[in-house]
Write a protein that binds this ligand. Structure first.
Ligand code: FAD
Length: 488
């Protein structure tokens, strides 16, 4: 067929997966077209996800730290919050990063087409221009012909169908818009996104309720990590409703009336000024005309891929949230590099590149709450459930000089080593978790140790600088090895 634009690689979606794939493919010498419906690159992560939430969480953590400082004799008095300035600060952080991405795309000669993409054949994508798309008029259509395509169309928040349409009921995007601080806020769904947003709003003055269907908050993390977080955050909540479903809601003048039902049948209700739906995210797979390209999309909208990120159609790849859990930006970026390298290898006859595979052993998770909760690899709960024999090294921060000096010694660092008979007492590290300030910045070391197959001696004999929180990783390894005698 006729096409307006031709390229080696078409990338559909400009989030962390999409821009990373486009940039790597361009760096490898390919002609790349990147299609994004919104006016800025960066996808969910930069515009309405990781980055704005962390900009706000940083501010909240500093405000909360001021409270901790009272014990050290420092009192700044009550904080004066200017919500408009705070919102402006957050927006500036976003535009700095999205502007940087636009620059990088230009430098690499990646063609960015603004518009909604739909496959119209196995080698053709139609792009309907959206608002703010430069030269094209809104609604104008272009067809891109590609040799290879990478689908990186991401995900969106799940909407509970029985909640009414009301500006006081928002998803994470609405919560990040930070219109006002409610008095009473309900978080539906006790996962990372809900608890991060709850932290921000509660520090700014909201009282929180949270409702969760499962039997604990922050599912996926080891329960003993979560326990420490919960103890330090109990003061934010009026009600933590576990094993409870949200079954209905009604918009009234005095607030959103929400009805709950416990798994045991008990009924209850609450009235809120703001309700945040944070019950998960659903992939955008069903909105791309994938069938026109022959790409199989699962019932829930996920696209299946192999270890090279290839779909059932050999010249079409998919990466990021749209291929499945965990829906995390760092996973999307690594998958992006694999897809771009495989494609470059195939188009350029480079066997080495063409053999690229996604073979990460582990993908770390972080809740950027206060304290932070971070974990990677096998958790203790999983080890128990799977009958894997592990040796645990736990180092409580109450014994960390730096944590005590910081006035924040509530955390701990835990490492798990293979203790199966075949390991002969020298088992490799299988997982780790940290709860405490800056846990997210430290978890990468444990991920590296797992990727390298380190054992407790490798980690324990690595000299960590004193006094640091990171030292707790070395100490935990020494505890596991049975050689921890002193306390830093
Ligand atoms: P996305 O970022 O969703 O990007 C997909 C892009 O494709 C979008 O820009 C979309 O507009 C575009 N698109 C879709 N369909 C079309 C179409 N038909 N035509 C044109 N364009 C299209 N992850 C972390 O790792 N760390 C965090 O701290 C973190 N915090 C988060 C906080 C929140 C509040 C949320 C919601 C998410 C957070 N995440 C975090 C998850 C992270 O944002 C996602 O995992 C990541 O953005 C996925 O990248 P992606 O490239 O797969 O998709």
């Amino acid at each position: 067929g006729s096409a307006d634009v031709q390229c080696d690689v078409l990338v559909l979606g400009g989030g962390p997966g999409g821009y990373s794939a486009a940039f790597r493919a361009a760096d490898l010498g390919l002609k790349v077209v990147l299609v994004e419906r919104y006016a800025t690159l960066g996808g969910v992560c930069l515009n309405v996800g990781c980055i704005p939430s962390k900009a706000l969480l940083h501010v909240a953590a500093v405000m909360d730290e001021v409270d901790h400082l009272k014990a050290a004799g420092i009192d700044f008095g009550a904080p004066q919050v200017n919500l408009d300035t705070l919102r402006g600060h957050k927006d500036k952080v976003i535009s700095k990063l999205t502007g940087g991405l636009a620059q990088m795309a230009k430098m690499r000669k990646v063609t960015v087409l603004r518009g909604v993409g739909q496959f119209v054949g196995s080698h053709h994508l139609q792009v309907e221009a959206t608002e703010g798309s430069g030269q094209q008029t809104n609604g104008q259509r272009q067809v891109v012909q590609f040799q290879r395509a990478i689908i990186a169309a991401g995900s969106q928040a799940v909407r509970l169908p029985f909640l009414p349409d009301d500006p006081r009921i928002v998803d994470s995007t609405g919560a990040l818009a930070l219109k006002e601080v409610p008095k009473r806020m309900l978080i539906v769904g006790g996962g990372i996104i809900g608890l991060e947003m709850g932290t921000v709003y509660s520090t700014l003055g909201a009282r929180l309720d949270v409702v969760e269907m499962l039997d604990g908050l922050m599912q996926g993390a080891d329960r003993d990590l979560v326990k420490v977080w919960q103890k330090m955050n109990q003061h934010r909540f009026d009600n933590i409703m576990l094993k409870t479903k949200t079954v209905g809601a009604e918009a009234t003048a005095e607030g959103i009336k929400v009805r709950f039902e416990g798994l045991d049948g008990t009924q209850s209700e609450g009235v809120y000024d703001l309700v945040l739906q944070a019950v998960g995210r659903t992939p955008n797979g069903k909105k791309l005309g994938a069938e026109a390209a022959g790409v199989a999309v699962g019932e829930r909208g996920f696209i299946d891929v192999d270890v090279q990120m290839r779909t059932n159609v050999p010249h079409i790849f998919a990466i990021g949230d749209i291929v499945g859990q965990p829906m995390l930006a760092h996973k999307a970026v690594h998958e992006a590099h694999v897809a771009a390298e495989v494609i470059a290898g195939e188009l350029q006859g480079n066997d080495q590149l063409a053999k690229a595979v996604f073979d990460a052993r582990v993908i770390p998770s972080v809740a950027y709450t206060d304290p932070e909760v971070a974990w990677v690899g096998l958790t203790e709960d999983q080890a128990k459930a799977q009958g894997i024999k592990v040796k645990k090294g736990l180092f409580p921060w109450a014994a960390s000089g730096r944590a005590i000096a910081n006035g924040r010694d509530e955390g701990f660092t835990k490492l798990l080593f293979d203790d199966s008979p075949e390991a002969h007492g020298h088992g490799r590290i299988l997982g780790g978790g940290i709860v405490g300030t800056h846990a997210g910045d430290m978890i990468g070391e444990i991920a590296l140790a797992i990727e390298m197959g380190a054992d407790s001696v490798d980690i324990g004999k690595t000299i960590h600088p004193h006094p640091t929180l990171g030292e707790s990783i070395g100490m935990a390894a020494e505890v596991a090895h049975g050689s921890c005698t002193d306390v830093p």
